[in-house]
Design a protein around this ligand. Sequence first.
Ligand code: ADP
Ligand code: MG
Length: 721
Amino acid sequence: MVEEAFDRKAVTVDTPSERPDRYYGELVFNRQSMFEYLPKATYDALIDAIEHKKPIDRQLADSVADGMRRWALDNGARHYTHWFAPLTGGTAEKHDAFIVHDGKGGMVEEFSGKLLVQQEPDASSFPNGGIRNTFEARGYSAWDISSPAFILDQTLCIPTIFISYTGESLDYKTPLLRALNAVDKAATAVARYFDPEVKHVVSNLGWEQEYFLVDESLYSARPDLVMTGRTLMGHESPKNQQLEDHYFGSIPSRVQAFMLDLEIRCHRLGIPVKTRHNEVAPNQFELAPIYEETNLANDHNLLLMSVMNEVARRHNFRVLLHEKPFKGVNGSGKHCNWSLGTDRGALLFAPGRTPMDNLQFITFVVNVMAAVHRHNALIKASIMSATNAHRLGANEAPPAIISIFTGSQLAAILDQLEKDDSADLSELKKKSEYSLGLSQIPEIMLDNTDRNRTSPFAFTGNRFEFRAVGSSANCASAMIVINAAVAEQLAFFKEAVDARVAAGAKLTDAILAEVRKLITESKAIHFDGNGYSDEWKEEARRRGLDCETSAPVMFDSYLSESSVKLFEKTGVLSKPELEARNEVKWEIYTKKIQIEARVLGDLALNHIIPVATRYQSMLVDNVIKLRSLFGDRAETMAQCDLDTIESIAQRMSNIKTTVAAMVAERKKANALTDERAKAIAYHDNVVPAMETIRYNIDKLELMVDNEMWPLPKYRELLFIR
Ligand code: ADP
Ligand code: MG
């Protein structure tokens, strides 16, 4: 058993011998399985409902449920659950068996349309920000037919929304679906200027999931990792990422075996993961799928995060999805590549072949810039959390200021368009072609968009890449805000263009005039320089961009006048929903810091101080012995020990006083009843104390005998052998 646990050999646990196309999607109730298990009429009606966003009636639901149950049982499932994303983050499930009493003392398998379509999980065990009054604990989960059911751990999982008894959303999916509808409607209306045949605009998402892997046994020896997902202490390793030798370096075989298993699991679940590579930091990796429609892509990311944890454990690893598990090395993000596309196959942020295609491209890009400009504070709030706060503004991550990078070519075109209307839109598509002059290497199309890694929101050729999203986040939070903000902006745009046309302007002139206006108005959001520099912070302030750095204060943006108007007008969230959700955000923020502070206090007092005292007392012993042996001559010999004894004493006393002060601040904060005030008190008064404690512990780590140090160090945690 012990041997097995420490077996470092690369073992692939579930490598099927077949080719990926043979098992891809086999655990998903996709169209192929639907076709196989549903009566033809049911299949047609369901596809029609999915494609045209129609409600399904009870009879259809019963028929679908029957086929779904048979498919699930045939594929090894014994239970079913509604699967949803509550505001705590992560996903929630409540498993029920497919069986019911048959009335004759036995059991029959049953799964009705009613159970498929709707359930009533007890909402009181999920955060609701006070929406639920104490008499009504019920919440509803309701089937989202646009995301297919799948089998995970022998359980049929049915993606659902989760709402309160009174109809307010208690999850991420509900407002996401509303935002996707809003952007579909608004973008379709504008896209029709260019192609009257457009019926729908779809929002696409391609996430890039970064994560760390840590050896399971080392992980278990770090109570801070186990309890908070990050190291609350630990001095930097002498080597970490200075040599940048990890990035695109070869992947250790043990990790490769994990990745292969994970990819197979993903493919069986229909998650189209495609790329994997090392990231900048040691032990840091990335996994990215082919982009999909936003709602499905987001479900797939949530599913991936839970599958990752499980697969990692089978390989004696732990996955760290925390945004900043280690101080001094890069944190993890989840870049969200986002675009809009029509049902006619056009990507709206991609330049095209004709000047009209390019006017469409410029129109959509400029409207995104205007939306991001107007709501930059809200967009920042949408990705903020207690955990992502460690990453934003630190030196490797996007800064805590939202700006858009366009690249020099697009910047030049915007400039020219703003100044006069003679900008040649037929030139846009021409990418600079670059031949390496080597016959064995094909010609490379150099992307016109130079890469700027310091930008939180970058235009990357045919999409925007929102880089500020945290690795542990539910991408829906960002996607709700971006899609809603762009929907609102496109509706403004349409109104303004239509007014010009009604006043006699030619359509293209009207569009160009409005585009020009937006370029001028939203200039402040456009920044192609170094987002990490101090000058940018000054400049951003001058430009009126939001520069708030305190997470709990950032959440206020959700309740600003412009945000409430945005959410209400697009039908994405009501004011009571926004208020309730903010209560939850503040509460979660407080709880995260509270747990960290408790763990740190315990570790400091019960792990670190006792060990430092023991080591100090060894040194004291040594000094006494030197003195008894060498008398007066001992003083020079003992000096070194005496210095260390004193330093240790200073650090320990510092730690003890700060822990006491931190506990006092926590007590004061806990006495506050207002969630916002409490979160701010934790941010302002508890977090700085934690930093002081850590600083002193990290200094002790350098002094105390390595053999005595009670926790695995960074150099051990960060290098997988
Ligand atoms: P990077 O150089 O940033 O790693 P990749 O080509 O690996 O870029 O793509 C990252 C992600 O962006 C992938 O999930 C990919 O499918 C996605 N992506 C590519 N094009 C689009 C698009 N038009 N809309 C949304 N996502 C896209
Ligand atoms: Mg990327």
